[in-house]
Design a protein around this ligand. Sequence first.
Ligand code: SUG
Length: 445
Amino acid sequence: MRAREFNFDGLVGPSHNYAGLSFGNVASFSNVKSASNPKLAALQGLAKMRALAARGFGQALLPPQDRPNFRLLRSIGFTGSDADVLAKAAKEAPVILACAYSASPMWTANAATVSPSADSADGRTHFTAANLNNKLHRAFEHAQSARSLRAIFHDIDHFAVHDALPGTPAFGDEGAANHTRLCKDHGSAAVEMFVYGRTEFDASASAPKKYPARQTLEASQGVARLHGLSAERTVYIQQNPDVIDQGVFHNDVIAVGNGNVLFYHDQAFADEAGSLDQLRRAMDGVGAELNAIRVDTGAVSVADAVASYLFNSQLLSKDNGKMALVIPQECEENAAVAAYLQGLVGSGNAVDELIHFDLRQSMRNGGGPACLRLRVALTDAEAAAMHQGVVMTEALYHTLVAWVEKHYRDRLDPADLADPALAIEVHTALEDLSRILGMPNLYDF
Ligand code: SUG
């Protein structure tokens, strides 16, 4: 079956800010409490979507979530009017207020894990919203993520959207950031590769010592079961705990795959040879041959990979049979990475083009091109069955730029989160957005 990959980028929300909420994510911790520019962040994201849509790649968006999360604030005892709740939270629990305000759903690679219809037992595309339970500010995203996905993929003949796994440490799930399909082409059955950081019920298994492993093996297995994946085409690989301790908080910070290509760092996996061996054997079964593009530590250190986000890139299949690598501009500014990339595109291997974007606002919170997108491979019939209002077009781009210009601030300081006007601005913006996207029931208001 022919299928086309759509990238659903997260539209950055009006409360994008730097609160240092993600222990283990170096950029988030380094930029804590600096001023953000939500308007610029949204425009940078929209520019990426527009450029890739104009190139003919399937491009759509996932809407921002409603913020602040008053339900969270009220559930921990802040009472009174919305303005009262904000004032009390700002005084007594400013970090929790920042959690309630986080625009982190913009990183839609963490919204869900997706298994296209070619991979699942019932021939439907399956989504499982990720519980993101390792971080307070992300642990409540899944309710709206599932709601947004159901609003877009509403046709139950084609799509199944599962609620998040139980929000307990044993089932820590970070969605597609730790999941890759390897296949001949997007429409054929793939090997689904799940990368996990630790195993809850095996005390002898290795795990990072300094930073948390957000994804468990048990969660990955649960998602594979929900999606009806076949055992022969599902591979579980342990991430190298040492790189988690160097700031690789998701696998998509150190590896990316597309088609039969796996572009990865030599330190990405706990057992490199064994992992590749498993992938090769599973890929034999789907008639695909693994093209492993290995980046050696000697060429790019883990520190350079984390600083530049070389692997947090998008690998996109082009009509000429080659692939483009979509990278953040930080890759061009890092001498070792820039030199490596010049060699890569000149090597005659699968990647023959680099497309770079300025995503600085997102990067300052540890979110590169790949974090900003959720991949969904869809057949023509499935693409026609999804809600069309979220598909990026030149017209939608211009409408959304005007919407951002109208509703977003160009500076947000940590203290601004206490301003009751901000909550009203966010609400008004999202009401307007649900009308623009043709999704009247998108939010709970
Ligand atoms: O979960 N940063 C996000 C970045 C997510 C990147 N996603 C992928 N790698 N797929 C995170 O750590 C920072 C928020 C703050 O500190 O204000 C944050 O949540």
